[in-house]
Design a protein around this ligand. Structure first.
Ligand SMILES: [Zn+2]
Ligand SMILES: [Zn+2]
Length: 474
């Protein structure tokens, strides 16, 4: 059986070599659109090899070429493909796959096996031998074939009353900013795994509050991490200790996140910190590492829980704060998003990471009004679930995944109650009149001022019939 086929292939090859190329060169269609190649595809041992960039672009995948190791790395919808020149073992999501024909460099162009790369990233491939036509269906709706190579994806995970943001860079690297509350760790890990994440190249803990670094120990334990950034501030909470222990176990060191630090700068793609500007704050929130990402013409600003004081310092620092997408500071609290800061950022989109019916009354009515008056389109994790912002460097698309992390986004808008200013308490315990739970003042889920009752000692709280909070374990 093999002989006649190879004979046929030789014949085709012979035909291809002698006849005008267009008559014997396979034509490739992706989602009904013909793919134009600068270098013509070739058929070798029954395998069609096509130019690398053109095919991945047509398939809507991000592709990266490492000249030193002669390795091709492509990613689409979280599925990764790795091929090396002349190497018959390729990798799909890190698992080896044997190729009939390896990728080759021919006439200075890199050619890859068409069927393997297409099928690996989830496309269907049909071959019409009579007409020499390859039809590929990439399974994406719309004009995926027009998607430029290289998109950035920023996922705002719905982790309830907490923050967690995944950034997938066009070069296949990943960054995670915060990891939700303590009990969100496993859900964040599973979401990252669903996206095909193998390594967190850049891990950022904005500040040591539990609703930001709570799940970080799970993330550190579950993935390989590259560089870890946190502001230069410590707390004595168990949550913070857990993160330090997890980092130590993996031999990871913390790099100080502060204004002026550049995570990386690849020209077209840059990540840097614009806060904290100062070196001493009363409120941990103002220690928040504020990350600015710029891809092409599209900047993102991720502010953690930075409040008005830090916002003022960022403005005075003269740093570029302009962003098309703003992760609104401190869950939309009234303590953040000062008018001057909002004016400087001038976002088109704002994302508020907030839990439905939270005890703080976040987001603040006034903050929502400010954003609305500025013509900003607001997205909220409690209403929209997990959101993915995708950009090719020129425009942005928003996709709502409706709470794939936490099944708790309500169907209707939540009632927003104005919140009284939170009075800082030195020591003691804070009870919630509604839930009859008591908390440490440092707890991430303290009740709003109106629902609070203060206890001097733990015994006082227990005697009053209050039970310890499971998050802060007072
Ligand atoms: Zn927070
Ligand atoms: Zn905080």
């Amino acid at each position: 059986m093999r002989k006649p086929i190879s004979l046929l292939i030789s014949l085709i090859l012979l035909l291809f070599l002698n006849a005008t190329p267009s008559s014997a060169t396979p034509k490739v269609f992706v989602n009904g659109q013909g793919v134009r190649f600068d270098v013509l595809p070739i058929v070798k041992n029954d395998v069609t090899l096509v130019p690398l960039r053109a095919i991945f672009q047509a398939l809507g995948a991000q592709v990266n070429w490492d000249g030193t190791t002669q390795t091709i790395f492509a990613i689409k919808n979280g599925i990764s493909v790795k091929l090396s020149i002349g190497e018959k073992i390729a990798y799909k999501d890190g698992k080896p796959v044997t190729l009939q024909e390896p990728a080759r460099v021919i006439g200075g162009s890199t050619l890859v096996p068409l069927r393997f790369v297409s099928e690996a990233i989830g496309a269907g491939v049909a071959w019409d031998g009579t007409n020499q036509v390859v039809t590929i269906t990439s399974g994406d709706s719309g004009s995926q074939s027009n998607t430029p190579v290289g998109t950035i994806k920023v996922h705002f995970l719905d982790v309830g009353q907490a923050d967690s943001i995944l950034v997938q860079f066009p070069n296949g690297q990943n960054m995670l900013v915060d990891a939700g509350n303590n009990d969100d760790g496993p859900a964040v890990v599973s979401y990252l795994k669903q996206q095909g994440i193998k390594k967190i190249d850049f891990l950022i803990g904005t500040h040591p509050h539990e609703d930001h670094i709570g799940g970080m120990d799970n993330v550190i334990q579950s993935f390989e991490s590259g560089q870890v950034f946190m502001p230069r501030v410590t707390t004595t909470t168990k949550t913070f200790e857990d993160v330090l222990t997890a980092l130590k176990a993996k031999g990871l060191k913390i790099i100080t996140a502060k204004a002026g630090v550049t995570v990386f700068d690849q020209g077209n793609l840059k990540v840097n910190f614009v806060a904290p500007v100062g070196s001493s704050y009363d409120d941990l929130n103002n220690w928040s590492a504020v990350t600015r990402i710029q891809y092409g013409n599209i900047p993102f600003l991720l502010t953690g829980d930075a409040e008005a004081q830090s916002e003022g310092e960022m403005l005075n620092s003269g740093a570029n704060l302009k962003a098309d997408v703003l992760k609104v500071g401190h869950h939309g609290s009234s303590s953040s998003t000062s008018p001057a800061f909002l004016k400087a950022v001038a976002p088109k989109y704002a994302v508020i990471s907030v839990g439905a019916g939270n005890d703080y009354g976040h987001p603040d009515k006034g903050t929502l009004a400010k954003l609305a008056n500025a013509g900003v389109q607001v997205y909220r994790t409690d209403q929209d679930g997990t959101m993915v912002f995708t950009s090719n460097g020129n425009n942005i698309t928003v996709e709502k995944l409706r709470s794939t992390v936490k099944p708790r986004a309500p169907d209707t808008n939540t009632v927003i109650t104005p919140t009284a200013p939170i009075i800082p308490v030195a020591g003691g315990y804070i009870g919630n009149k509604n839930t009859k739970k008591f908390h440490l003042p440092s707890c991430s889920s303290l009740p709003s001022e109106g629902n609070r009752v203060y206890f001097k000692t733990r015994d006082d709280a227990i005697k009053a019939g209050y039970v310890p909070c499971k998050i802060c374990n007072p």
